[in-house]
Structures are given as C-alpha cells and as structure tokens.
Design a binder for this molecule. Structure first.
Ligand code: AR6
Length: 186
C-alpha cells in the first residue's frame, strides 16, 4: 500500500504537508472535495467512493433525502462513515467553482476548511486529511487556494486543540511545492 509522503511539518508539527493518495490516509477522517449532488464524481471524489465502497454513497443519499434535498450548498460540510477506507469518517464539502475571483470564491473556500474542521472537532477526530479543494475540476488557481487553505487551517488550529494534526495532501510533489512557495510561513 502506498503511504503518504511527508514533505514538511509546520505550526509545531500540527500542520503536515504531504504527497500521495488521500484514500490511503490512516487517521480519523478525510475530507472529500465533492459536488452539491453528493453522488460522486471524478478526481478525489471518484477515488474516495471507489476505495470506500457503496456504504459512503448510501449515506450520502440519505443525507440528501433527510437534510439537503436540493443538494449540499457550496462551503458546507457533512459527515459519513469511511466505508472500507482506513479513515473512520469522510467529511464531504463542496468547494467553489473558480469564476475569476470576484464571486466570493475565497469566502466559500475558507468556509469549506472551517466547516470541515468544525465537523472534525465535533467528531473528536485527532487527525484529519484534506485534499486541495477546488484546485482540480473546479479550476481554483493553486497559489490562491494555498493562501486561503493555510489561513483557514492555521486560524482554526490556533483557536482549537482538536483536531490535533491536520494533513494537507497534494496529489503531486509539484502541487505541494506550489503550496509551500505561496504561503507566508514555510
Ligand atoms: N488524493 C489526493 N488528491 C487528489 C486525488 C487523490 N486520490 N485525486 C485528485 N486529487 P478535484 P475539485 C487532487 O478535481 O477541483 C469532482 O468531479 C487533484 O489533483 O478532485 O474540488 C467532484 O465530484 C486536485 O489538486 O476536486 C466535483 O464535481 C484536488 O485533488 C469536482 O470534481 C482537487 O481536484 C470538484 O472539483
């Protein structure tokens, strides 16, 4: 099994920059960059549903029926089990589609990170891993997304003891290096 490769530890070891396939993460929770249907898709969403099996999709369908009939709004987060994944939980969030930068994309992306971290805190999840939300199919520029992700996660960590550690998992070393170059501290 491919393990995640740690590139850098920041914020006293509470923020870990890693490279690899997030479905291999062996902590408490992983975040899914979903779409509002919650019925799966390509990219990391497809990988999570493939690796986790049908239990995740069944729970997503139940959430749609009971809680979010018109779909999960951008910036919100919901929790399912991890199915067959090593992680116990999947936190599904819907990132913004990039539309030039003047359509509240940054606020929506901050909200994805904050709401997901808040769900993790409620679950008492000690370790949580995020993919780089919105930077694939949704087209958010990676440098801009890096600054937003770092601000949101570092802000949350400074005010909360749980989760203890947050992994930002990039699919390629190039993506991780774009992140490290873009953030104010590294
Ligand atoms: N592990 C870690 N990161 C991954 C993996 C993986 N297994 N697979 C892809 N990435 P995307 P979005 C990276 O497109 O932009 C879906 O169809 C990828 O390289 O998955 O938020 C949903 O259903 C990129 O950096 O998500 C939505 O419709 C990052 O994950 C839509 O795409 C996010 O890329 C969401 O678009």
């Amino acid at each position: 099994m491919d393990r995640l490769h740690t590139l850098r530890e920041l914020i006293d070891g509470r923020l870990i920059i890693a490279v690899g396939d997030i479905t291999k993460f062996e902590g408490d929770a992983i975040v899914n960059a979903a779409n509002s249907t919650l019925y799966g898709g390509g990219g990391v969403d497809g990988a999570i549903h493939r690796a986790g099996g049908p239990a995740i999709l069944n729970e997503c369908a139940k959430i749609r029926r009971k809680q979010w009939r018109d779909g999960l709004p951008t910036g919100k987060a919901v929790v399912t089990s991890g199915g067959r994944l090593p992680a116990r939980y999947v936190i599904h969030t819907v990132g913004p589609m990039w539309a030039g930068g003047n359509h509240n994309e940054a606020e929506a992306l901050i909200s994805c990170y904050r709401e997901s971290l808040e769900e993790a805190r409620k679950l008492q999840a000690a370790q949580i891993a995020f993919p780089s939300i919105s930077t694939g199919a949704f087209g958010y520029p990676r440098e801009k997304a890096a600054v937003v992700a770092y601000q949101a996660v570092s802000g949350f960590l400074s005010q909360n003891t749980v989760p203890e550690r947050v992994w930002l998992v990039f699919f390629t070393p190039e993506d991780a290096n774009v992140f490290l170059k873009a953030i104010p501290v590294n």
